[in-house]
Ligand binder design. Structure first.
Ligand SMILES: [Zn+2]
Ligand SMILES: [Zn+2]
Length: 329
């Protein structure tokens, strides 16, 4: 099923022609729980990985013990809650059996689990260029893979530490079939396997990124026309590639490529939520569908970054293979 962003409530450029030159396209990925294969673009799905290439690990999160929840327990907890929410029940009756409750408690409380050496990272996103129009990429590469260490990293701003790999998919002739898993994860940082439904949309800069004069014009227009520029007309919500930076709780600050000092551009946004209470960005297909209570329809990846923020990855405008920059917004 495709996913379609509803038309914006108003034609912004018709009212504010100066905005036209600031338009950028973004590709909303519209992840939804599914069973992606290594040949598919996905969030939290298996990666097309060469068997002979070492899997990324995190030296900061190494054995002998890791504190968190095991991957099987996190997945079991999600299955248990999905099934429990789908069952009819009388008021005041327990939704869960004792065994089910034990799994939930282990995940919620965390435990210390033996980890042999540095913890393997987990797949977060795999994007084939054929699925994502305009993905900035190194010459010849047609596959982007993103992994992270599923714990907060102080040096990265208390978010997972990310690793990017660019590949030529056809060169992976002997793929890895049994990727390693860390002994423990922070359950909010283990993405639920999702298939993608990419859709190209047009974005405008967050209000904080407009010049003073233009920001003033937009503000006046918003008041006059009773429109909400920031939430409905500027930056799309949810997981996406390209577009503009979703500056929210902090003012924009300059970022540059760690390798060459050039400007950086938004590459990939990993979002906690696909849309918020304001359903302007809720795809029309999701508004029409009968939605289960769990997982919440707007939280298909089950990721929670900070207080429902976004982790945005930026790439060098000159050399996409240069080291990326990560920022939570
Ligand atoms: Zn780590
Ligand atoms: Zn660079």
């Amino acid at each position: 099923m495709v996913r379609t962003t509803p038309p914006r409530p108003v034609d912004l450029v018709a009212h504010l022609p100066a905005m036209a030159s600031l338009a950028r396209t973004a590709v909303r990925l519209h992840p939804r729980p599914g069973e992606p294969a290594a040949a598919d673009s996905s969030i939290g799905g298996p990666l097309l990985w060469p068997a002979r290439e070492p899997w990324p690990t995190c030296a900061e999160h190494a054995g002998p013990l890791l504190e968190g929840a095991s991957v099987p327990d996190v997945m079991a907890r999600r299955r248990i809650l999905t099934q429990a929410w789908a069952r009819p029940r009388e008021r005041g009756t327990n939704l869960l059996t004792e065994d089910e409750k034990a799994v939930i408690d282990r995940v919620d409380d965390g435990e210390e689990i033996a980890q042999d050496g540095p913890a393997p990272m987990v797949p977060v996103a795999q994007l084939y260029a054929r699925d994502v129009p305009g993905l900035p990429r190194p010459d010849g590469a047609d596959l982007l893979q993103v992994l992270w260490c599923p714990f907060d990293h102080e040096d990265d701003g208390y978010v997972p530490s990310t690793v990017l790999r660019w590949r030529v998919a056809a060169e992976v002739t002997e793929p890895l079939t049994d990727p390693p898993l860390p002994a423990a994860v922070e359950d909010n940082y283990l993405p639920q396997p999702c298939v993608l439904h990419p859709e190209t949309v047009v974005e405008y800069p967050a209000p904080h990124c407009l010049s003073g004069e233009l920001a003033g014009q937009v503000h006046e227009w918003e008041k006059r026309e009773e429109q909400q520029y920031q939430y409905e007309l500027s930056v799309a919500s949810g997981c996406k590639t390209g577009g503009h930076a979703p500056w929210s709780f902090s003012d924009p600050y300059p970022m540059s490529c760690p390798d060459c000092g050039a400007d950086v551009q938004p590459l990939l946004t990993i979002a906690s939520s696909e849309w918020d209470g304001n359903t302007s960005w809720q795809p029309v297909e999701d508004a029409e569908a009968d939605q289960p209570p769990f997982p919440a329809p707007h939280e298909p990846t089950m990721l929670m970054i900070g207080r429902s923020y976004n982790l945005q990855l930026y790439t060098c405008v000159d050399v996409p293979a240069h080291q990326h920059v990560a920022n939570m917004q």
